[in-house]
Ligand binder design. Structure first.
Ligand code: R5P
Length: 291
């Protein structure tokens, strides 16, 4: 028997997955003690179950201990297997020690999750300098990709689109999305100067002046990559771009800033956000069904 359990904020996705896979949803009770510590109670019998804990990991620090307690409690209560369904996987970007003494947090975070769960299911982790999650996780991992969903949204909603990636490292991914959407593509070149500072340079886009620019990226965090890209595109006389992303992190006031820079903003629901317009539920349900 297999069932889902939703960490706080993941109830909608977990209920959707439970319905799509005809599996039970085990209730979880959580609250904060007056001193801020976390209370977690699994309200149901998990003995012998294969349990899929749904927890997207945006802003992980505030929720990580509750997740640890839920997984540990499920294990103590006899769950036969505990998987983590994390539509967004956090802490993937620090994959290298840039300055002496820095924690390579992607490795440490992966090792913590590997100690708690039997398997991880996620969508488009930001691999960057790594080939696959097996380099840092010691448990099996299943990675699903939202590229086709983005492409199909573009084909259905953008008239004469030009698909644009904000940096050259996204070239292959952008090319695949554009090909499926039946659109041309270009990539810009991005230099990161700090957490909230990037410089973006664009090639000559005059051949595409009549097309609707559609910027795509895996993550929007500070929003600076997208905003600088939009600035370069408009400076060349093209229309205000559409902006599509898989993971809607939207740090601080970035969503408001992006709304001014973009004609439309659409994201997948790996992280719940008002910009969500593309559902990944079927991707995740298919991954869960594939035993
Ligand atoms: C970086 O390599 C990623 O693909 C994104 O471009 C980046 O995380 C976006 O960050 P921000 O929104 O802070 O510019």
């Amino acid at each position: 028997m297999r069932a889902f359990l939703a960490m706080p904020g993941n109830e909608t996705m977990a209920a959707d997955l439970a319905e799509r896979t005809s599996r039970a949803l085990i209730p979880l009770e959580t609250r904060r003690f007056p001193d801020g510590e976390s209370y977690v109670r699994i309200v149901g019998d998990v003995a012998g179950l294969e349990l899929d804990i749904v927890c997207t990991l945006a802003r992980p620090d505030a929720q990580f201990l509750s997740l640890v307690f839920a997984a540990a409690a499920a294990r103590e209560l006899g769950a036969a297997r505990i998987n983590l369904v994390a539509p967004y996987l956090a802490y993937m970007r620090q994959d290298k020690r840039f300055k002496p003494g820095e924690a390579v947090s992607s490795t440490h975070f992966a090792s913590l999750l590997s100690g708690l769960f039997d398997e991880l299911i996620t969508i488009d982790p930001h691999l960057h300098r790594r080939r696959d999650l097996g380099e840092i996780f010691s448990i099996p991992t299943r990675v699903e990709h939202a590229a086709a969903l983005l492409a199909d949204w573009i084909a259905a909603h953008a008239r004469a689109p030009l698909v644009i990636g904000p940096d050259s490292e996204s070239e292959q991914w952008v090319a695949a999305v554009a090909k499926r959407a039946g659109a041309p593509h270009v990539v810009l070149s991005k230099t990161r100067l700090g957490d909230r500072r990037v410089e973006v340079a664009a090639p000559d886009l005059s051949a595409f002046a009549a097309l609707q620019p559609v910027l795509i990226d895996d993550i929007i965090s500070s929003g600076r990559s997208m905003i600088e890209a939009a600035r370069q595109i408009e400076a060349q006389g093209l229309s205000k771009p559409y902006c599509l992303a898989v993971h809607a992190l939207f740090a601080e006031d970035s969503y408001t800033a992006l709304q001014q820079a973009m004609a439309r903003i659409v994201t997948t629901d790996t992280i719940a956000h008002p910009s969500n317009g593309i559902s990944v539920a079927e991707l995740l349900a298919a991954a869960v069904r594939r035993d």
